[in-house]
Design a protein around this ligand. Structure first.
Ligand code: HCA
Ligand code: CU
Length: 381
């Protein structure tokens, strides 16, 4: 897959998450954290959304972030574009619905009107020396001929990127591959993609989009957004570090992912999902004795991601009936006790028997080990 870039939309799509209420101070904090992580672009809510929204865009532009460029997301309207280019943004992300659903039930415009306003708005933004992206909302339920027409038109106008959006989250990877391939054959500009996660395919679709020749992926921290959100930044990093470790590790500050997620989780008042890639509480916890043994010998046996790349550590869950003597041996060493392998096997049997009866915690196991150690030391003395 090609050298991709991230357009993080936590401060635009993420603001459409049910729990999101961002103050200026929160937005500034999130923008700084995204910049430190190293996202290529930060997309902000339209400055025409409200008076406060416009002030936020201006304030974030004034931060002078070191890595991330600033975009704002606007409707395909001259008024929006005029306000947007005055805020100090590096680029404007224009969108308009092209599926029959949106043309009939949302804005009520036909394709010739859409084309006409796209040309006018794009030419205006370009004339101000600001980057411009044009995207069709609900691309996957739009007519393919309409899409090819509008994208080749805007490509000829010299847009920096076109955007393809799975607004309702219904696309599957194969459809993504085909649509992007087809569109790529009629444009020369870069392709950005935006995948909702209603059917759980967002990360897979993003990855497939890159395989098909897209370059920019829209993400949000923890995947927050309208309904159940879009491609999560962390999960996408997990996907990409496996595909291209050198590129991902050199470009993004992966050790900051946990703090970034915690910051956003606190602000929108959610917990980090237990099974979140990378930062879920058990993402690097190994439990079965067979797994623990192999992990202690060589972590890659049962790990595709190395927790150290994210500043995290793995954990061997030894306090349960599936445990094995290798895991217990490592615990004995951590406790700084001396037992022979045969003794460790014997105490492991005791632990497993106890684990058959009730859930164990670490203290339970430690006290079984310490009691056993005290007994055998006494016998030897
Ligand atoms: C929305 C708009 C959008 C825009 C995506 C884009 C979508 O419906 O809220 O600009 O490419 O999902 O279509 O987020
Ligand atoms: Cu969206």
């Amino acid at each position: 897959v090609s050298k991709f870039q991230i357009i993080d939309s936590t401060l635009r799509e993420g603001e459409q998450f049910a729990n999101a209420f961002f103050t200026l101070d929160m937005k500034l904090k999130i923008a700084k954290a995204l910049d430190e992580f190293g996202v290529d672009y930060i997309e902000l809510t339209s400055p025409v959304a409200s008076e406060q929204a416009r002030e936020e865009v201006e304030a974030i532009c004034k931060l002078g972030l070191k890595t991330s460029k600033i975009l704002t997301h606007i409707r395909c309207h001259m008024h929006d574009a005029k306000v947007a280019v005055e805020t100090g943004v590096d680029g404007v992300n224009i969108f308009i619905g092209t599926s029959s659903f949106l043309r009939q039930h949302s804005h009520g415009k036909d394709m010739s009107y859409i084309t006409k306003s796209a040309i006018e708005v794009i030419e205006f933004v370009k004339s101000k020396g600001v980057e411009v992206r044009f995207s069709t909302e609900d691309s996957f339920r739009s007519d393919i001929v309409d899409l090819l027409n509008i994208y080749s038109t805007v490509d000829k106008l010299g847009v920096n990127r076109i955007g393809i959006a799975d607004t309702v989250g219904g696309a599957n990877p194969r459809q993504v591959y085909e649509l992007i391939r087809t569109i790529k054959s009629v444009v020369s500009c870069d392709i950005e993609t935006h995948f909702h996660n209603d059917t759980g395919c967002a990360i897979a679709n993003a990855y497939t989009a890159l395989e098909a020749g897209a370059k920019y992926i829209d993400t949000c921290v923890l995947g927050i957004g309208e309904r159940n959100g879009i491609v999560p930044l962390g999960g996408f990093m997990a996907r990409m570090i496996v595909a291209d470790p050198d590129y991902v590790k050199s470009k993004y500050q992966l050790k900051k992912i946990r703090d970034l997620e915690n910051l956003v989780a606190d602000i929108v008042q959610v917990n980090i999902p237990f099974n979140n890639p990378i930062t879920g509480f058990c993402a690097f916890t190994h439990k079965a004795g067979i797994h623990a043994k192999a992990i202690l010998a060589n972590p890659s046996t049962y790990e595709i991601l190395n927790p150290e790349d994210f500043g995290l550590s793995r954990y061997i869950h030894f306090a349960n009936r599936l445990t094995g003597w290798n895991a217990i041996k490592s615990r004995v060493e951590q406790l700084n006790l001396k037992l022979s392998d045969d003794q460790i096997k014997e105490v492991t049997t005791k632990i497993k028997l106890m684990g058959d009866v009730r859930p164990l915690n670490i203290e339970d196991v430690d006290s079984i080990i310490r009691d056993y150690h005290a007994d055998v030391s006494e016998e030897q003395a």
